[in-house]
Design a protein around this ligand. Structure first.
Ligand code: 13P
Ligand code: SF4
Length: 319
């Protein structure tokens, strides 16, 4: 415990000394989330991380999350230094959407407006008309649908399918998925709900349709935390990465939170309810990058400028 306190103190001192700020996602280790808040940084969903990083005056941002979050920060602020505790922290959606294959998919459907999820590489964002996060994806597609636009969507098939169902938009879907959310199971959730009849079900839309169908609230990580705080219920079943429970418990200390059932349990399934790439962020590697300046995120400036168009569209829409 002593070592942890010392590590946190050293990191806090270095953040100040280097005029750096820590931007963390809700899925990372709770120590990093707390540290981000205690030192004037932020812990939030991916939309708010992007906005916070863009608007903050700090010269250096430390992004505790996964690669696409660091890249988005760099694209929005090319003049800032962006560091990440582990550059290998990626995302199965990003890995499953190769930029060249994606470009060929777009080329084959030139009549469609290209909307991509934030969980993609800079090159994929550069090919898109719009980038969206889970907090505004539905509203943006509804807006495009109202203008009569047909959509090409990538990469998450579950989020895309959910938006398609809600908006009635004509959407052609790339078949990617998140390895964490893909593990949540509808039938097991239904059985769990039977033994917790008063519990409300909170679901991230990267989950399969059978899970989303049982939800009381579907939303981004920030939206789910807000629901946990404001909904009139004492018990919640949560279908997203279990890192989110830290903040939910702080937001609603008297309420009870249960992680939704997955195919395996933590002994048999490494990615069940916890993202293995988010888990790569720790106090030690965070301190290391602050001390050394290693693990800088770089984005090709030409690709970055193209990608920025699609990100800015979302940020303007959500403003
Ligand atoms: P949010 O934008 O809801 O924070 O989601 C990011 C993510 O990677 C979820 O798996
Ligand atoms: Fe990607 Fe899923 Fe991890 Fe989110 S939880 S970063 S979507 S692999």
């Amino acid at each position: 415990l002593d070592e942890k306190i010392q590590l946190k103190k050293r990191i806090a001192d270095l953040l100040k000394e280097k005029q750096a700020v820590l931007v963390a996602h809700y899925y990372v280790d709770s120590d990093l989330q707390d540290l981000a808040e205690e030192t004037g940084g932020c812990v939030s969903d991916s939309l708010e991380m992007a906005r916070f990083g863009r608007d903050h005056a700090a010269k250096t941002l430390i992004v505790a999350g996964v690669k696409f979050m660091g890249e988005t920060a760099k694209i929005l602020s090319p003049e800032k230094t962006i560091l990440m505790p582990d550059l290998d922290a990626t995302c199965s959606l990003d890995l499953g959407c190769d930029p060249e294959e994606f470009a060929a998919f777009c080329d084959a459907h030139p009549d469609r407006t290209v909307v991509v999820y934030a969980n993609t590489s800079a090159a994929v964002k550069a090919r898109a008309d719009w980038m969206v996060t889970s907090s505004v994806g539905l509203d943006i597609v509804a807006h495009l649908h109202a203008q009569g636009k047909k959509i090409l969507w990538a990469p998450d098939k579950h989020l895309g399918g959910y938006i398609q169902k809600q908006t009635g938009a004509d959407m052609l879907l790339w078949q990617g998925s998140c390895l964490v959310h893909d593990e949540f199971k509808g039938i097991e959730l239904e059985i769990l709900k039977e033994s917790h009849p008063d519990a409300k079900i909170l679901v991230h839309p990267e989950s399969p349709a059978a899970v989303v169908a049982l939800a009381d609230v579907v939303g981004s990580t920030s939206q789910l935390i807000n629901a946990a705080k404001t909904m009139d219920a004492q018990e919640f079943i949560v279908a997203t990465d279990n890192g989110i429970l830290h903040k939910m418990q702080i937001a609603a200390p008297s309420k009870k939170f249960i992680v939704a059932p997955t195919a395996g349990n933590s002994a048999t399934c490494k990615s069940c309810a916890h993202c293995p790439w988010m888990a790569m962020n720790g106090l030690r590697n965070l301190l290391h990058v602050l001390e050394t300046g290693e693990n800088q995120i770089q984005v090709d400036p030409v690709v970055g400028r193209e990608a920025k168009r699609s990100i800015d569209r979302m940020l303007d829409f959500a403003a």
